[in-house]
Design a protein around this ligand. Sequence first.
Ligand SMILES: C[S@@+](CC[C@H](N)C(=O)[O-])C[C@H]1O[C@@H](n2cnc3c(N)ncnc32)[C@H](O)[C@@H]1O
Ligand code: SF4
Length: 385
Amino acid sequence: MTGIERTAFGVYVHWPFCLSKCPYCDFNSHVRHVAIDEARFARAFAREIETTAARVPGRTVTSIFLGGGTPSLMQPQTVGAILDAIGRHWRVAGDAEVTLEANPTSVEATRFAGYRTAGVNRVSLGVQALDDASLQELGRLHSAREALDAVAVARRAFDRYSFDLIYARPEQTPDMWAGELELAIREAAEHLSLYQLTIEEGTPFFGLHAAGKLKTPDESVARALYDVTQEVCARHGLPAYEISNHARKGAECRHNLVYWRGEEYAGIGPGAHGRLDINSVRHATATEKRPEAWLMRVEANGHGIVSDDGLSREEHADEFLLMGLRLSEGIDPLRYATLAGRPLDPHRIALLREEGAIVVDPDGRVRVTSAGFPVLDAVVADLAA
Ligand SMILES: C[S@@+](CC[C@H](N)C(=O)[O-])C[C@H]1O[C@@H](n2cnc3c(N)ncnc32)[C@H](O)[C@@H]1O
Ligand code: SF4
């Protein structure tokens, strides 16, 4: 035991392939013009799961997340083989949340029933926008109609589903976004992820933006879009439980809560990150990003890990703060003190409270306020100093 209260254990599995590369995306995703040998990848996933489970045995898996890339390009039997391997090497809780990230095309929707049979019980659809001009601009391969049809298939196949939208898109106004959100909320039963468009270095959008050919909303419009997001979602019963994530009460994504609450999780597959507690030390692991290089490493060594850093108490505590303050529920300062070996600085807490950036609940939890969220990085830096 590590002394850390262990209530959840997540397994993240990364499928690194996409049909095409979206111009804004800097995730570890790759396009291949030859067929992917899924059976070979499935064997490598199973092998890496076995090796990881030997390092952190005896855990009960409470959530699994198949992310990407585009996991909905996998055949259902590949997903089944991965889930079976997880079940062979760890105990999986009877009510474990098993999410698969899907792109909302008609072809992918035809596989949803197969995923459900394989053991998936939740899908997260990358809808991104509900108007065709924006979808085209984002380089997406689906139309708004096709996305909504895929949402309808997801609704029939799964009790739980969510979808992603990107806002603060070029030319987007708060009024347009409010209308789009209202439609999204009608279609989303319980959960929505709403991401502000980030211009990531190294992507085609970065070059276009730098050249002045892609104009994103300025700071004040971006702030108005953020405020509209909070207001419309809260009004419809989907308040933010994390900066970019909205859910009805009880419908939060349990897997993502594992990250934000600083729990333990295994990272499986190319470019996956993990956080494992071994001999009372939190380890930050990362695997080889390039899919074929990862495959060869796993076949040779049983795992694709290229970095495995034991975190100092301070580093672990800072990460706990950084992740936990993204949540509307905030953090338990006693847990911070246990991890860091010292409490949060009461003077800094007092100052941030005076500024209205944080509140301290009667039970002691420290939470960022709606005024503090837009400047979260500064708040965290201040508290961690
Ligand atoms: C790793 S992607 C995988 C989802 C799936 N492949 C898809 O595109 O539908 C997860 C989500 O991150 C979001 N995302 C990716 N790049 C982004 C960016 N530059 N700015 C904001 N959101 C982004 C998108 O909403 C996307 O659905
Ligand atoms: S946004 Fe999704 S589909 Fe597009 S490149 Fe990134 S991971 Fe692939």
